[in-house]
Design a protein around this ligand. Structure first.
Ligand code: MN
Length: 334
């Protein structure tokens, strides 16, 4: 996934009183491409930039790919983050600078770790997957900590993530640990991500790590989270200090994605597809990507190249005229 906002803006979060459950409204963002698939973005938002290390949450579908054309994101770069691809329906083909060519389906995880730099493409089109009718899922990013953000690029595919049931709900854990099961996926800070499927008229008491803050992104529902009704596509934020999450459904079943982690202590600066710390780093990453797509060896060394994608890579948007500043976290002024 790429951030294709024509003019990506830096957003500064303002400290405020912490409510028991904070609701984050999704905003529609066109992903670009000839038929412009639209995603619902809840992170980063005006209120909140990160939940644990999760710094980006896009939710899409269910889209009829014969109408939308599916997903077709040309090669683009990333730095300082992991891309987490998780589907409810459909198929997506991932290619990256490591030579990975990896289709993914529901129940599987594609996790790409950018380190200092990588590039990839993502295709979930009727041409690639003729049997696919609908595309529906999320893409999350995690910010890498200082200790690994300059490191080697990496990619892993988990063909079947661990799962468990609690109070009738199915929980598929695709990152971190929950309910006594642990995903094999790499996590560079303490975090968790899981799909929750809650039957109708059910109350689930899910034990969670009280050191974590959590987000519940509702796909279908509504889902009542800690006594607060959360509508589909909205993200509920819960501050650290909870040992369990109480999830309740009414006449309809619900599906959601849980994310969480220890509050990320480093200030991050996100612009386009780059996560860094300073304006200068982001400017350098942009310059090197533009050099890479022009064939400059130093640029190619930083981001690599995707082979097999039919089309040119995505150029970076123009930088804003103002100097980029790191994001501050509510209640975390240092
Ligand atoms: Mn991407």
């Amino acid at each position: 996934m790429t951030n294709l906002e024509a003019r990506p803006q830096e957003q500064v979060c303002v400290a405020g009183p912490q409510t028991p459950v904070e609701l984050i409204e999704p905003r529609d963002v066109p992903l670009g491409g000839p038929r412009a698939m639209t995603v619902r973005r809840t992170l980063p938002s005006r209120q909140r930039s990160l939940i644990g290390a999760f710094c980006f949450a896009d939710h899409y579908g269910p889209d009829d790919v014969s109408v939308t054309g599916g997903m077709d994101v040309a090669p683009h770069p990333h730095t300082g983050l992991q891309t987490v691809t998780w589907l409810f329906e459909g198929r997506v083909l991932h290619r990256d600078a490591l030579g990975s060519v990896q289709p993914i389906r529901p129940g599987q995880l594609n996790l790409m770790t950018a380190g200092n730099g990588i590039c990839h493409s993502e295709e979930g089109t009727p041409e690639h997957f003729p049997e696919q009718r609908r595309l529906h899922g999320v893409q999350l990013w995690t910010a890498l900590p200082e200790s690994t953000r300059h490191g080697e690029r990496d990619f892993e595919h988990v063909a079947q993530v661990p799962s468990f049931t609690v109070d009738g709900a199915l929980v598929q854990v695709f990152m971190g640990s929950l309910g006594g099961v642990t995903s094999p996926a790499r996590a560079d800070t303490p975090l968790v991500a899981a799909q929750l499927d809650v039957p109708a008229r059910t109350t689930v008491r899910l034990a969670v790590d009280p050191a974590f803050e959590h987000g519940v992104l509702v796909d279908s529902g509504p889902l009542r989270v800690a006594a607060t009704d959360v509508a589909p596509a909205w993200l509920a934020y819960l501050a650290p200090g909870r040992a369990e999450l109480v999830l309740e459904t009414g006449p309809a079943p619900a599906r959601a994605v849980l994310v969480g982690g220890t509050p990320f202590e480093e200030e991050v600066l996100m612009w386009w597809n780059f996560v860094g710390r300073t304006h200068e780093e982001v400017v350098a990453a942009r310059d090197q990507w533009q050099a890479a797509i022009a064939g400059d060896p130093a640029g190619v060394a930083r981001f690599g190249e995707v082979s097999g994608y039919d089309g040119p890579p995505l150029p970076a948007p123009e930088l804003p005229s103002v100097r980029l500043k790191p994001r501050r976290q509510p209640g975390r002024d240092r």
